[in-house]
Design a protein. Structure first.
Lengths: 153, 153
DNA sequence: TTCCTAAATTAGAATGATTATAAATACAAA
DNA sequence: TTTGTATTTATAATCATTCTAATTTAGGAA
């Protein structure tokens, strides 16, 4: 592995670890693995997808732990709960930068779309709602370009 | 019932009926009732809440019908799927005007917040995403003012 | 009107994501 | 180290949602 990538991952893990510490949470390999997977992935995975992806590296990882960890990470605001998309259940997003999520109702892929409008939105809500905001789901759903083609045949 | 309100409801039902017709769907009492409930309510109800609310008026209304109808209404874009909030499952919103939904993670109430940013957002996505957008969920979650007080005690 | 038929509804069973439980484990403070 | 407690684990239980097959009905045609 090249040095730059190694450093990036180490730095990333370091800051993830710090984030957990700051919240008064114990640093477990399971939590780090789940958080790192979410941070490195653009798939917006569900709990089951995360469990499946980590099983090779952590054969004893329990599905319950994945659910517990995700609940915790959402609670401290490190991860966003996007709600369920398709039959795979709730999808999660560790990308804290303001953006829009697009979900395809046919293939159930979820992608990101940068948008500066979302930052304004979040600032407005934080300032005006009176709520103690923990996170958000800005997600639009419909047919992705590929599935539009597939459907029109 | 006063005349103005009656007219409003009748007009409303009429346009709901037209919307169903336009989509090539049959006009059933169940569909009208569910759509009217959603249109008149600010509760962002779940399927079960809708079923429970309509059972008095339609004793034979099946839960399966509520689920089927909601799926249909989401498909034709008349109703938005907000994703699940709390343990009551997916919540639905018939308000098509661009706005933000706020969900409390403690009492699980969902309210609306008007925001002109959302309109810009939707226009941007419709123009730039390449997706055939059917609907969206713009929802932020956290503690509502009441639950902040209750929790801090 | 009456008839026809595909669409819609219904009750109930089945599915499967998520949550609860209780015992075993391991983080981290002293 | 030792120790207390948070966390993990396997498994069972829950319950929202979907499926199935039989029945009913909306709405167009005769």
């Amino acid at each position: 592995m090249d040095t730059k990538l190694t450093q990036t991952l180490e730095n990333s893990s370091l800051s993830l670890a710090q984030a957990l510490k700051r919240a008064g949470l114990r640093l477990t390999p399971q939590r780090l693995a789940i958080l790192r997977l979410l941070a490195d992935s653009r798939e917006h995975p569900s709990a089951q997808m995360i469990h499946h992806a980590l099983l090779a590296e952590y054969p004893s990882l329990s599905l319950a732990t994945v659910y517990n960890t995700l609940e915790t990470l959402v609670e401290i605001g490190l991860v966003n709960d996007l709600g369920s998309v398709g039959p795979e259940g709730v999808r999660y997003d560790a990308d804290a930068t303001p953006h829009v999520n697009l979900a395809c109702t046919r293939c159930h892929r979820v992608i990101d779309l940068p948008s500066h409008h979302v930052r304004h939105l979040e600032e407005e809500i934080a300032a005006q709602s009176g709520y103690a905001i923990k996170g958000g789901r800005v997600l639009y759903y419909g047919l992705c370009p590929e599935c539009q083609k597939a459907t029109s045949q």
